[in-house]
Design a protein around this ligand. Structure first.
Ligand code: B12
Length: 210
């Protein structure tokens, strides 16, 4: 199968064909991670660029995101392994003001596949609700996602809120999302940063052991 077709499918938000194309890729033996990165994610990156340059608008970006999600659903059973032992518990969410969840969901999915119990607290989650979730669920790891430069500071607000609640040393905090960097993660006192879902799994495994 030609990966370009899958890329274009996301760009065009061609909902009718995405399932078939992903299935075709799988039956042709294309690695699921390749279908994800060089197909679906590449398509969304192009959409992001077109949005930035004004060649495409919010409804189209949303439709592309829904197409991507449909594709991910088909990929899901192929991407995740079948670990049975619990590797640890992770509470994960997107910070306040931010509704982007595709990346967070991928991270959650891969962590689950790697044997973690994942509690997804959703999008646009205020710091106080995140603190409450940590208090109640007592996870080893808290994963925070931010996709906007304007919501990145909420990562810090959340870490500060954990400190105030006396919970900071009870949980490891890992952060991610397109604008987030290792430097930023260090600056705000996070325990770790990963640039993609596979990296998040490696990071989480390390954090549980440290
Ligand atoms: C799809 C999309 C949307 C969809 C989101 C749908 C959804 N359910 O998620 C919709 C249409 C709703 C949307 C809305 C907006 N968006 Co938008 N969106 C995107 C787009 C095209 C793709 C994002 C995406 O899903 N990428 C694919 C995933 C797989 O990648 P990812 O999220 O980065 O996640 C990976 C890593 O970052 C990492 N990761 C992510 N989270 C975590 C967490 C942890 C703990 C770890 C370790 C790792 C990790 O692992 C993931 C998997 O590999 C991006 C452009 C882009 N290429 O990023 C713009 C983009 C993020 N959006 C942008 C903007 C401006 C907006 C709006 C403000 C537009 C508007 N005018 O209203 C609104 C904001 C709404 C809000 N309040 O949040 C800008 C942000 C600019 C900036 N510098 O802040 C971007 C960059 C587009 C652009 N180039 O201008 N958007």
């Amino acid at each position: 199968m030609e990966l370009d077709k899958l890329v274009q499918c996301v760009v065009d938000a061609d909902m009718d064909n995405v399932k078939g194309l992903v299935e075709e890729g799988i039956s042709d033996g294309v690695a699921p991670s390749v279908l994800l990165k060089e197909g679906l994610i590449k398509g969304l990156d192009i959409v992001g660029e077109k949005f930035e340059s004004g060649d495409l608008f919010l409804p189209e970006m949303l439709a592309a995101a829904m197409t991507m999600k449909t594709g991910v659903e088909v990929l899901k059973p192929h991407l995740t392994g079948e670990e049975t032992e619990t590797a640890g518990t992770v509470v994960i969410g997107t910070v306040q003001g931010d509704v982007h969840d595709i990346g967070k969901n991928l991270v959650a999915m891969m962590l689950e596949g790697a044997g973690f119990e994942v509690i997804d607290i959703g999008i646009d989650v205020p710091a106080e609700d995140i603190v409450k979730a940590v208090e109640e669920k007592k996870p080893q790891i808290l994963g925070l996602s931010a996709l906007l430069t304007t919501t990145m500071p909420a990562l810090k607000t959340t870490i500060d809120a954990l400190k105030e609640a006396g919970l900071r040393d009870k949980v490891k905090v890992m952060v991610g999302g397109a604008p987030v960097t290792q430097d930023y993660a260090d600056e705000i006192g996070a325990d770790g940063y990963a640039s993609d879902a596979a990296g998040a799994v490696t990071l989480a495994r390390g954090l549980v052991q440290s």
